[in-house]
Write a protein that binds this ligand. Structure first.
Ligand code: TXA
Ligand code: MG
Length: 335
């Protein structure tokens, strides 16, 4: 029987073929991969030409450094300078964080090993590293003899993808393969912290999938990153993770009055509203479930007929801090 021809090639780009993903990565290509947080656009972290393809596909400015993904504590040693960590007196705490939270949604910004190309770190002497908690990502990493640099698999500045289809919608014609690991279970990006030498303390660069209170239970108080670090960490840019439609956050009842007469879409934590469309993120008030559904809701409302998107302010505990952070940045005006 003749094979059914694949007319547009689209059918082919999403799949679960680890062998194909491995082969592409070994030959210097980029592949979108699932993680527990969001889908990443991965390439060999030690191959500058391959990493450059990530920046091109995402139209990402070169000043925005990437996160390096590893599968084991041994592999971290190829990426992080443990002698520098030791000299700073931070080795014990860094290792305690890795032991406690990896694999999982915590990224550590640590002194970089020489082998990591400058393109990955945007010329910084630190590198962001994490071990993802997705079985397929770990299996892929174990099959390779290099770590994977991977930012979120979305055009720069837009909402991160939490399904393989989200990736295909925006980058489908720019990348050779999307490894499908199902919908992401966390749904917001990793928490990023780093040791700041001048301030002599751990600081938060981005709230995310690991609640900050859990981290503080291991290393004590985590400070806020100073504003001067911002050019080095665009995830902290005011406008980021942003849909094209205007987003307003606050008390939805008053916002509904303010925007009366428009076609209004609402992202709500638990309850329906009298609006053109309401997406309830978790009917029974489960903040982790809300985080899991947030980006899909933003994407679907952004491609709907709505004029504006209104959103609740979420309780600040647990993943609520990350949800509020992303909504706030989604609502910041771009200029
Ligand atoms: O959950 C995640 O972290 C996802 C998945 C794919 O792992 N990745 C992700 O990557 O969100 P990306 O590139 O979208 O966001 C990484 C953030 C950027 O804002 C970048 O500026 C910051 O990490 N970053 C990377 N290296 C850094 C460094 N050395 N110092 C400070 N910030 C850094
Ligand atoms: Mg991103």
């Amino acid at each position: 029987m003749a094979a059914i021809p694949d007319f547009c090639g689209v059918k082919d780009i999403i799949g679960t073929d680890l062998g194909r993903a491995t082969e592409l990565l070994r030959t210097g290509e980029v592949v979108a991969i699932p993680t527990e947080t969001v889908y990443g656009l991965a390439a060999n972290a030690f191959d500058e030409a391959a990493v450059l393809k990530i920046f091109q596909a995402k139209q990402r400015p070169a000043f925005d450094p990437l996160i390096v993904h590893v599968h084991s504590l041994e592999q971290v040693e190829a990426v992080v300078s443990f002698s520098d960590l030791e000299r700073m007196g931070m080795r014990k705490e860094a290792e305690a964080l890795m032991e406690k939270f990896w694999p999982g949604p915590l990224t550590l910004v640590l002194p970089k090993a020489d082998r990591v190309p400058d393109l990955v770190t945007s010329g910084l002497d630190t590198v962001a590293v994490r071990m993802p908690a997705h079985p397929m990502a770990l299996e892929l990493l174990r099959a390779l003899d290099f770590p994977l640099a991977a930012p979120s698999a979305n055009p720069f500045g837009y909402v991160s993808p939490t399904t393989s289809q989200h990736v295909a919608d925006q980058l489908g014609d720019k990348i050779p393969y999307i490894l499908d690991g199902g919908p992401c279970t966390v749904g917001v990006e990793s928490t990023i912290i780093g040791w700041e030498r001048d301030a002599e303390q751990w600081v938060l660069y981005r709230p995310g999938g690991t609640p900050i209170s859990d981290i503080e239970a291991v290393i004590g108080t985590v400070g806020q990153a100073r504003k001067t670090i911002i050019p080095a960490s665009p995830g902290t840019l005011e406008s980021h993770y942003a849909p094209r439609k205007p987003v307003f956050i606050g008390d939805v009842r008053s916002l509904l009055k303010e925007h009366f007469g428009k076609r209004i879409a609402v992202i709500s934590f638990t309850q329906n509203h009298e609006a053109w469309r309401t997406v309830v993120l978790s009917r029974n008030g489960n903040i982790a479930e809300a985080a899991r559904h947030l980006f899909a809701a933003l994407r679907s409302l952004d491609s709907s007929e709505a004029d504006v998107i209104l959103a609740d302010i979420f309780p600040q505990e647990g993943l609520g801090a990350a949800i509020n952070d992303r909504l706030r940045r989604a609502s910041a005006k771009r200029n």
